[in-house]
Design a protein around this ligand. Structure first.
Ligand SMILES: C[S@@+](CC[C@H](N)C(=O)[O-])C[C@H]1O[C@@H](n2cnc3c(N)ncnc32)[C@H](O)[C@@H]1O
Length: 383
């Protein structure tokens, strides 16, 4: 799929574009041809050996990992996967750094007469789960400012997500938001929220589709990383979308009780801690107006997939600096929602075919490859 452009998107020289194409080609090869081969080694070598040693077949994702760790083919495919991830950040990072002064200027220009807004809070304490590790090996994580008024992290993320997903999240990387909106409109055709809040918005990939889907609604978004938010604001203005971005912790925001009719998040929870998740959901309960809806996109709980499939997604917990995925997907989502104050009868649980992904890369979405099947899973509740 052709990449969607805007005025603050970093560009690529011929050589940079060529390096990026190489990473995408390697990623695609590793994801389809190489990683897929692990299944054969699991069935024929690792699982029988595990059973011989322990007296039972691998029962969960951790057993599968312990069974596979000694297999040289698995080690080779893991190493290749990790290498492509690091190459991606290196290539895109050096390209963004080269043009950072120009990007800062463009961000200033497009936000000179904003229709949306940006509120930053330099004193906001950052939770340890976000400062302890560079999540998914992204250098500097979401929060590092390289210069005053920096947008580096946002620009790096925007360009890299497109490569990481190999275009499968759509021209504007907005598939998760667009898929949620499609499901919401199908299930609640009369629902038209006045105020919408997106939690952990990053650069607003999933936020912007709400502006078009619900014309006239006020769209707000919170995020912890200042350079992400500056870029998100500039990107939204460049694309003509009016969003109110604010640097806040989703665990405790400064909005009044019952302020929002729709509260969403898209792949946020697996990058927070198991202590933060219940707090964020309680905050959703406080912020949601009666009659409102909250929905959150995450990978499904482990107990909804086979141990082998779970181990593919859990790979990132151990080898791609995503240390919280394992615990967060152990949680029971319905229990989390009721503990946050929502009625069990109002619980929502939706598996929705992605509006773009599976159409572009059908070969990637089968068990044995990436462990994902071209659907997004959303949990939440109405109030
Ligand atoms: C994977 S990104 C989210 C992607 C984004 N929602 C999208 O769909 O494009 C996770 C983001 O959540 C932010 N984040 C993590 N914990 C947060 C918290 N407690 N409050 C607000 N933002 C948070 C991170 O800084 C990061 O930008």
């Amino acid at each position: 799929m052709q990449r969607g452009v805007h005025d603050v998107l970093p560009t690529a020289t011929h050589d940079e574009a060529s390096r990026e194409s190489f990473v995408v080609a390697l990623k695609s090869h590793v994801a389809t041809e190489v990683t897929g081969g692990n299944r054969l080694f699991f069935d024929t070598v690792a699982a029988p050996e595990f059973k011989r040693r322990h007296g039972y077949a691998p029962r969960n994702r951790s057993d599968v990992r312990r069974a596979m760790n000694p297999v040289p083919y698995y080690q080779m495919s893991s190493s290749l996967k990790r290498t492509t991830q690091e190459l991606m950040w290196d290539y895109v990072g050096s390209s963004v750094e080269r043009q950072l002064p120009a990007l800062l200027d463009r961000a200033k220009q497009v936000t000179a007469s904003p229709k949306g807004s940006l509120h930053l809070d330099a004193d906001l304490p950052l939770p340890r789960y976000l400062t302890a590790v560079d999540i998914h090996c992204m250098p500097g994580n979401y929060t590092t400012d390289l210069v005053d008024g920096d947008v580096f992290a946002g620009a790096l993320y925007d360009r890299s997500v497109y490569l990481f997903a190999m275009g499968g999240l759509g021209a504007y990387n907005d598939d998760v938001g667009r898929t949620l909106i499609t499901a919401l409109k199908e299930k609640f055709p009369r629902f038209h929220p006045r105020r919408i809040l997106d939690l952990g918005c990053a650069v607003g990939h999933s936020t912007l589709p709400y502006c078009d889907a619900f014309p006239g609604s006020e769209v707000h978004a919170v995020e912890l990383g200042a350079p992400m938010l500056r870029y998100a604001h500039a990107r939204a203005e460049a694309l003509g979308k009016h969003v109110h971005f604010s640097q806040q912790n989703a665990e405790r925001t400064n909005y009044p009780d019952g302020h929002f009719d729709l509260i969403v998040s898209h792949i946020l929870f697996h990058e927070t801690s198991s202590k933060a998740v219940p707090r964020i959901l309680k905050e959703c309960h406080r912020l949601l107006a009666p009659g409102g809806i909250t929905l959150h996109c995450e990978g499904p709980p482990w107990n909804r997939m086979s141990p082998y499939e779970a181990s593919i997604l859990d790979w990132d917990t151990h080898y791609n600096a995503e240390p919280y995925i394992g615990q967060v997907h152990d949680e029971d989502p319905k229990h989390l929602m009721t503990a946050a104050g929502f009625s069990p009868s109002q619980y929502l649980d939706l598996s929705v075919p992605s509006v773009t992904m599976s159409r572009y890369f059908p070969q990637l979405f089968s068990e044995g490859n990436n462990g994902i099947d071209g659907t997004w899973w959303y949990f939440g509740a109405s109030k």
